[in-house]
Design a binder for this molecule. Structure first.
Ligand code: FAD
Ligand code: NDP
Length: 309
């Protein structure tokens, strides 16, 4: 069987593309993956709490609830949803070939909406020793664990994620130290103000981590400034230092990437005719659910146009 379009991904971009493609009458299959490494099926919003800036939800909505609704909507529109990960692609063959662990899939067009994954500092001393023993890249997933209750915690980063995670962790922690390498936060004003004004959050500007220490679990973080080093107590160390695009499956596909590894696309069209890219896998500037969704719409419309030619 040859599909009209296979959509790879499961976040807002993939779901919006699926809604538009299926409603346009295309035989649409979404390969959404399941837990692959740190990636949650449903995308990045599965690991957050309140989403307050997605239009249509005046009181906000929880990230996982929003994604459940989008997945249900794309299914209602006729898209088939498969919880498998695409592990290899062949964009040289026509129709295109894609491979899961056990299956070859053929499709006339492909929309890549594989999003991005949280960064960590693999080379930081102690990172590997205390990974899952105090060190985490997901405050929402791991923050409620008993080892963090009423303990001082650290969040590394100064963006929206760092602010959001620090605020979230105040529910459990005695105190949250945000470790920020610059002398200012990169976060939006509203998020920055919430973090700065929070009584349990202390922001350590111009600090960087040097070492994570402890016995069986993390207990201290060594920090450096331009002038000196100091050690602070911390039972938890949460990375919130941005993301890398999920493109490892496409490295030899013939797709073009920019210098940071994001798929190059113009109006969602990649350099391979019939292959489209949308959302965080191609967008290092805006990286929002609504922009990812908007690009998913664009990709589906471009795909309909391509298939009608
Ligand atoms: P993603 O959401 O990254 O989804 C991609 C998914 O595709 C992956 O998770 C994985 O499940 C799947 N996938 C990847 N590779 C494969 C493969 N080979 N085969 C099959 N499936 C695969 N934005 C906002 O607008 N408002 C917010 O409040 C907000 N809060 C955020 C909070 C946090 C903690 C984070 C990390 C991000 C937040 N964002 C927020 C940003 C927003 O989540 C992203 O911009 C948006 O999810 C990007 O959507 P996407 O569809 O491009 O990809
Ligand atoms: P960002 O890329 O915006 O921020 C990353 C932060 O981590 C920056 O402060 C950066 O510092 C710091 N950093 C990066 N590498 C290191 C390192 N090696 N050591 C120390 N610090 C480091 O990523 P986010 O995940 O915060 O946000 C991604 C996108 O998701 C953004 O568009 C954001 O707006 C959106 N988002 C929106 C939310 C909301 O609206 N509520 C919530 C969460 C995310 P520096 O500034 O020095 O580069």
């Amino acid at each position: 069987m040859i599909h009209d379009v296979v959509i790879i991904g499961s976040g807002p971009s993939a779901q919006t593309a699926a809604i538009y493609a299926a409603r346009a009458g295309l035989k649409t299959v979404v390969y959404g993956g399941f837990m692959a490494g740190d990636m949650a099926a449903g995308g990045q919003l599965m690991i957050t709490t309140d989403v307050e800036n997605f239009p249509g939800f005046p009181d906000g909505i929880m990230g996982p609830d929003l994604m459940d609704r989008m997945i249900q909507q794309s299914k209602n529109c006729g898209a088939l949803y498969v919880e498998e990960t695409i592990e290899k692609v062949d964009f040289k063959s026509k129709p295109f070939k894609l491979y899961t662990q056990n299956q070859e899939i053929q499709s006339r067009s492909v929309i890549v909406a594989t999003g991005a994954t949280a960064r960590r500092l693999e080379s930081l001393k102690g990172h590997k020793t205390f990974w899952n023993k105090g060190v985490s890249a997901c405050a929402v997933c791991d923050g409620p664990a008993p080892i963090f209750k009423n303990k001082p915690l650290c969040v590394l980063g100064g963006g929206d994620s760092a602010c959001e995670e620090a605020i979230f962790l105040t529910k459990y922690a005695s105190k949250v130290n945000m470790i920020v390498r610059k002398d200012h936060l990169r976060a939006s004003k509203v998020m920055a103000d919430r973090a700065i004004n929070h009584e349990k959050i202390n922001i350590l500007f111009e600090h960087e981590p040097v070492e994570l220490k402890g016995q069986n679990t993390l207990s201290h973080v060594v920090l450096k400034t331009k002038q000196s080093e100091k050690t602070i107590e911390a039972s938890g160390f949460f990375y919130a230092i941005g993301h890398d695009p999920n493109v490892s499956w496409f490295k030899d596909s013939g797709l073009e990437f920019d210098s940071d590894g994001y798929i190059l696309a113009h109006d969602t069209k990649t350099n391979v005719e019939g292959v489209f890219a949308c959302g965080d896998v191609t967008d290092k500037k805006y990286r929002q659910a609504i922009t990812a969704a908007g690009m998913g719409c664009q990709a589906a419309l471009e795909c309909v146009h391509f298939l009608s030619k």
